[in-house]
Design a binder for this molecule. Structure first.
Ligand SMILES: C[S@@+](CC[C@H](N)C(=O)[O-])C[C@H]1O[C@@H](n2cnc3c(N)ncnc32)[C@H](O)[C@@H]1O
Length: 229
C-alpha cells in the first residue's frame, strides 16, 4: 500500500486532470507523480530537479513504487529540459514565488497547459508578476497542513488588469469563492499585515514610507472584506 500524500500534495493531485501527461518541476522525492502513476490516474510524467540529490531520491521512489518506466527524471533548471509537446499539465510546487516566476518566464508555452503552482513565499510578488508573462490566477485552493495554510494557484493564459494591494496579498476574492478556509486565510493575512505595519511605524526611511502606505491600503481593503463576510 502506497503512503498517503500530505494534504498539500493531495490538493495538487486532485487538480491534475485524469489522463494528463504531467511535468512536476522541482520534484524532489517525486511523491506526486509516483502517486498519480501508481493509481493509473496519468499515463506518464516527467520530473525535473535542479540538483542531483533530490533527483536520486526521485529515482528511488520511482523504482520502489514500480513506476520508473513511466517517470522520466531530468536534471535541469525548471522546464528547460522538457518539450512543450510532451506534457499537458505542469506543477511547480514547494518553491519561492520568485523562483516560480523565473521558471514560468523561461517556458512561455505553459500558458497553453493546465498550470498549477504552489508557492512557499513571495505570494504577492508571484500574483503581481503574472500579467507581464501573459498569465493570471483563475482559482486559488487553500489547504491546511498542521497549522500552516498553503495556497495552490491554477494559472490561465491572459493578462489581467493591475491588482490592488490586497489582491496581491490574498488574491482576488472570486478566486476563493466557496472555500471554507478563505475566512481563516483572510484573518491570518490581516494579522500579518498589522504586524508588518507596526514594525514599520518608527522608521523614517523614504522606501518604508511607500511600503507603509501600500500596506495600510491593503489592510483597509482586507478589513472591509472581512467585515462583509
Ligand atoms: C521543497 S522541494 C519541493 C518538492 C515537491 N515539489 C513538493 O512540493 O513537495 C523543492 C525542490 O525544488 C528544486 N528546485 C529549486 N529550484 C528549482 C529549479 N529552478 N528547477 C528545478 N528544480 C528546482 C529543489 O532542488 C528541491 O528539490
Amino acid at each position: 500500500m502506497a503512503p498517503r500524500l500530505t494534504p498539500r500534495l493531495e490538493t495538487l493531485a486532485r487538480l491534475v486532470p485524469p489522463g494528463a501527461r504531467l511535468a512536476d518541476v522541482g520534484t524532489d522525492h517525486a511523491y506526486l507523480p509516483a502517486w498519480l502513476l501508481e493509481r493509473g490516474a496519468i499515463p506518464r510524467a516527467v520530473g525535473t530537479d535542479l540538483r542531483p540529490g533530490p533527483l536520486a531520491r526521485a529515482r528511488e521512489t520511482a523504482e520502489r513504487r514500480g513506476v520508473a518506466d513511466r517517470l522520466s527524471l531530468r536534471l535541469c533548471d525548471g522546464l528547460r529540459g522538457v518539450a512543450a509537446e510532451e506534457v499537458d499539465c505542469v506543477v511547480i510546487a514547494g518553491m519561492g514565488g520568485e523562483t516560480i516566476l523565473g521558471i514560468l518566464a523561461a517556458a512561455p508555452w505553459v500558458a497553453e497547459k493546465v498550470c498549477l503552482v504552489q508557492p512557499m513565499s513571495s505570494l504577492p510578488d508571484l500574483r503581481g508578476g503574472l500579467a507581464p508573462l501573459g498569465l493570471h490566477v483563475a482559482r486559488e485552493f487553500l489547504t491546511l497542513e498542521g497549522e500552516t495554510l498553503y495556497v495552490v494557484m491554477e494559472l490561465r493564459a491572459g493578462a489581467e488588469g493591475p491588482l490592488t494591494a490586497a489582491q496581491r496579498l490574498v488574491g482576488r476574492e472570486e478566486c476563493h469563492r466557496g472555500d471554507p478556509l478563505w475566512p481563516r486565510y483572510l484573518r491570518q493575512e490581516i494579522a500579518r499585515t498589522r504586524r508588518a505595519l507596526a514594525g514599520l511605524e518608527r522608521s523614517r526611511r523614504p522606501e518604508d514610507d511607500r511600503r507603509r502606505r501600500e500596506l495600510a491600503a491593503a489592510l483597509a481593503e482586507m478589513e472591509e472584506r472581512a467585515e462583509a463576510m
